[in-house]
Ligand binder design. Structure first.
Ligand SMILES: [Zn+2]
Length: 151
């Protein structure tokens, strides 16, 4: 139960930050309930989101968590098309830059560390994420939906 509370706290903090930083495409977050967001964020299963990619995300600077949050919702909504795939990965970079600039002054080396990480992660997704993008999402929301549709 304590974990669940922490999780809800984490999600509401990420929602707040997405607004604070005016991240691109943050509107899509508003479509989901808190518990759905809990399932979607980090809940995109191993088939759709390979472990090594997930490991890279957890090694990113914590300030990029909110960028990964928006990115996860986009991947959850994946239509399997190339256009949105490219847009999502490019957006990760732009949102990452926005967060880095909002959080760290130009004189702070962390600004450039975080921007580099955002750019690299966007590139990694672009190069190696296609299979994940085109696989069915395994998060609890999608699994439930498929079950109710009898698939
Ligand atoms: Zn999903």
């Amino acid at each position: 139960m304590g974990d669940h509370m922490n999780r809800l706290k984490e999600i509401s903090e990420l929602k707040r930050r997405a607004d604070e930083f005016q991240l691109e495409n943050r509107e899509i977050i508003g479509k989901y309930t808190m518990s759905e967001l809990c399932s979607i964020y980090n809940g995109i299963g191993s088939d759709a989101f390979p472990k090594w990619l997930r490991n890279i995300i957890s090694s990113l600077h914590p300030s990029l968590a909110v960028v990964a949050f928006v990115h996860d919702v986009e991947w959850h909504e994946s239509d399997g098309g190339k256009e949105k795939f490219v847009a999502s990965n490019d957006r990760f970079k732009r949102n990452g830059y926005a967060v880095a600039k909002a959080q760290f002054g130009w004189y702070n080396p962390l600004r450039y560390v975080v921007m580099n990480q955002a750019r690299r992660f966007g590139n990694v997704c672009q190069l190696f994420g296609w299979k994940a993008w085109t696989s069915p999402c395994e998060c609890a929301v999608c699994q439930k939906k498929r079950k109710s549709e009898g698939k």
